[in-house]
Design a protein around this ligand. Structure first.
Ligand SMILES: NC(=O)c1ccc[n+]([C@@H]2O[C@H](COP(=O)([O-])OP(=O)(O)OC[C@H]3O[C@@H](n4cnc5c(N)ncnc54)[C@H](O)[C@@H]3O)[C@@H](O)[C@H]2O)c1
Length: 268
């Protein structure tokens, strides 16, 4: 049931590909909570994905932008500011992709050209988005910027491969840019570290199903799903969290605090 937590707010949401995408659920919940939004994704995702359906469903404009292109991002912000008729109150960065993971390259045998792409798409894009948003003064005071991340930035999950390094960089950008956005614009920047979740990006990781079930058993509350992640994003966009910034916030049913959960041993 909606509480109009985002009534009157304007948002820009990156990364809704299909119904499973976390960004898809965030867009639906943000709309339900009264926000007006613009959706964006890479040009190929507009051609192949279902984002246009979501746009129709929510009455939201869909704009193509490759998050590794400063030119695309600059034009995205200009158009979004026009469509929304004012500054943006919240931004969701929900972008990740690794060709090395897709092609099942081992961590010790990575293709470094592809690794550049992974870091550019999955991490540097966050810096680009924030830099362009700040330069264009596109975010309203007390606005909120959130990126999605994973605990492999802190602990070793070998099959997550180079995405772990990309997430470590992403989280670092949230802290570093959080300082600048906070002092210059009173805008907060945080990352949400989500449980493993069944989506196109998630399922690309080797042994994902087994891992999903392991994480579920390890977490006292079980894995958080995409819809629950969207609820948390809404709270982070709302005025209820105005003084939270530069944090990596775990949304994982308690997984990050566990050493061992006896239920994992009993079942194995
Ligand atoms: N699924 C999980 O288990 C899980 C867990 C923790 C964090 N996350 C993170 O959540 C975020 C969203 O992933 P998801 O699981 O919803 O999967 P998803 O595949 O639905 O979303 C990834 C999105 O990135 C977009 N993208 C890729 N390259 C792009 C580019 N060059 N420019 C713009 N967009 C581009 C894709 O089109 C897609 O919409 C990612 O950052 C992911 O790492 C996912």
């Amino acid at each position: 049931m909606a509480n109009q937590l985002l009534a009157g707010k304007k948002g820009l949401i990156f990364g809704a590909l299909d119904e499973q995408s976390i960004a898809w659920k965030v867009a639906e919940k943000a709309h339900e909570e009264g926000a007006e939004i613009v959706l964006t994704n890479a040009p190929v995702a507009l051609r192949m994905g279902k984002i246009q359906e979501l746009g129709k469903q929510l009455g939201a404009e869909v704009i193509a932008a490759d998050a590794t292109s400063n030119e695309d991002l600059a034009s995205l912000f200009d158009t979004s500011l026009q469509i929304l008729g004012g500054k943006i109150d919240f931004i969701l960065h929900s972008i990740g992709m690794s060709i090395n993971v897709r092609k099942k390259k081992s961590y010790t045998g990575l293709n470094h050209e592809w690794m550049h792409k992974t870091l550019d798409i999955s991490a540097m894009s966050f810096h680009r988005v924030m830099q362009i948003a700040l330069q264009k003064d596109a975010v309203a005071d007390w606005g909120s910027i959130v990126a999605l991340t994973y605990i492999a930035a802190q602990r070793v999950f070998p099959d997550y491969s180079e995405m772990a390094d990309a997430k470590a960089l992403l989280e670092s950008f949230a802290r570093s840019f959080g300082y600048h956005f906070g002092t210059e614009k009173k805008v907060r920047v945080n990352t949400i570290s989500q449980s493993p979740t069944v989506t196109t990006a998630g399922s690309g990781v080797k042994g994902f199903d087994e891992f999903l079930s392991y994480a579920d058993k390890m977490s006292p509350l079980g894995n958080a799903d995409a819809s629950q992640c969207a609820d948390f994003c809404v709270v982070m966009f709302s005025d209820l969290t105005r003084m939270v910034t530069m944090q990596n916030l775990y949304h994982d049913g308690g997984f990050s605090m566990m050493g061992i959960n006896p239920s994992v041993l009993i079942d194995s």
